[in-house]
Design a protein around this ligand. Structure first.
Ligand code: SAM
Length: 289
């Protein structure tokens, strides 16, 4: 099968099947061989690896992944793409295509069945409308993962990577950095896709930490505090936590917990790093006892 990274081949397949792009599925197919090669290299895919691809589209990146890995599992929601994938991936025996919504797939079970529970790699040109639920779902369900190397909207890649003091810093930055080390591999302009997206894109590699960089007694509580702090970005941390139905502590307890961090009582949540949110959560945990 011809390399779909070549735009001519992609256009040919789309015309042959009269494929109609569906906006609601975030369908922008990659047509740049250099970007495709860069993604595979950045993910560090080897012949030992099981790779999960989310949204193979017409199979462009899947072809590259099949060449580089031991086995690819590609999960695609759009059933109109399944006959196309049959043709474009016919040369590869190491690709399993599953016609499903990725948010409904039991990835732990796949990792167990196809990789003996060993860490898998996730590589994808993600549908942008569900980037965050996909990535957080992968981390929170504790799927064994080596790294997630994905194309996302540029602005979202920036948010994942920054720390306190940046306007892009928020709940997503903290959640990603609790689970992984982010690294932006490349910025990718709209002309590398068909059809062209309205936004810039970036490839980001999230290398899973073996152990989180901070010790937290109650992860869920820490994430509740983080959400409450950033829900009301312009408010002080004290007010953000007081006003949140997710934070069941008294005004006095909240003031004491903030004081224990050694920061000003009027500090804003956006000034705190992961370590401080962990310390705050641990302080509330101790109060409960
Ligand atoms: N991998 C292809 C490429 O790089 O050319 C296509 C990438 S395109 C940005 C996103 C793909 O994800 C589309 O094929 C779309 O149909 C698929 N998709 C969208 N939502 C999905 C979901 N919930 N589960 C699985 N696949 C999904």
């Amino acid at each position: 099968m011809a390399d779909l990274g070549n735009p001519k081949n992609t256009i040919e397949i789309i015309q042959k099947y009269q494929f109609a792009f569906q906006k609601k599925f975030g369908q922008n197919f990659l047509i740049d061989t250099h970007v495709l090669e860069k993604i595979i290299r950045a993910a560090g895919v080897t012949k030992d690896d099981l790779v999960l691809e989310i949204g193979p589209g017409i199979g462009t990146m899947t072809q590259y992944l099949a060449e580089a890995s031991r086995q690819v599992i590609a999960v695609e929601i759009d059933s109109n793409l399944i006959p196309i994938l049959k043709e474009t991936l016919a040369d590869y025996e190491n690709v399993l295509v599953i016609n499903q919504d990725i948010l409904k797939v039991d990835i732990n079970q796949l990792a167990k069945e196809y990789n003996g529970g060993r860490p898998i790699k996730v590589v994808a040109n993600l549908p942008y409308y569900i980037t965050t639920p996909i990535i957080m779902g992968l981390f929170e369900s504790h799927v064994p993962i080596d790294n997630i190397t994905v194309m996302v909207q540029k602005e979202v890649a920036d948010r994942m990577q920054v720390g306190p003091g940046s306007k892009d810093y928020g709940a997503l930055s903290l959640a990603v950095q609790y689970y992984a080390q982010p690294y932006i591999v490349a910025n990718v302009p709209p002309n590398c896709f068909i059809p062209r997206p309205n936004v810039g894109s970036a490839v980001i590699r999230l290398t899973r930490h073996e152990k989180p960089p901070v010790e937290v007694k109650d992860e869920k509580l820490m994430f509740r505090l983080i959400r409450a702090s950033f829900n009301q970005r312009r408010k002080t941390l004290q007010n953000g936590l007081n006003n949140s139905p997710e934070v069941p502590y008294t005004k006095e307890q909240i003031a004491a917990a903030i004081d224990s961090l050694g920061v000003s009582p009027s500090v804003r949540g956006e000034a705190l790093g992961l370590e401080q949110f962990a310390a705050l959560a641990n302080c509330f945990c101790d109060m409960e006892k």
